[in-house]
Design a binder for this molecule. Sequence first.
Ligand code: DQA
Length: 149
Amino acid sequence: MKLLILNGPNLNMLGIREPQHYGKENYKTLCERIEAHAQTLGISAEVYQSNHEGALVDKIQEAFFEKVDGIVFNPGAYTHTSIALLDALKAVSIPTVEVHISDVDQREDFRKVSYIRAACLQTISGHGTDGYLEAMTLLYQHLKGANAK
Ligand code: DQA
């Protein structure tokens, strides 16, 4: 089983940016925890981050051709603006879990809107960076269940 862990703009600044919202853990440590969790689950996980909307669309399309089984996606601010990312997820139909480190529903009104949510199995919001690991486990269980049918 192969998962893609996809991060949008400014997530590479974890540990530096607004620690009151995003915590003190840096991006490298998050990537290491994701890799360790993938090993625990016995699956492979590729982590990719970009500050560019089109690069994220490209990566989602590539995931289709590389037969990625599931996507964990934190699109950062593009969550609240990007129809292109929604369309890309719909185009590939890869099971996707939306993740936000902060609790987006408890912040500014503009963060309550998610364009990509309509193409996602579930949203995990406000669980800090543990949300990524929870999303991986959720996809793992979902995909195992789907294969058993
Ligand atoms: C975020 C929430 C977004 O509103 C924000 O623009 C981000 C990070 C989160 O992980 O909590 O960049 O997706």
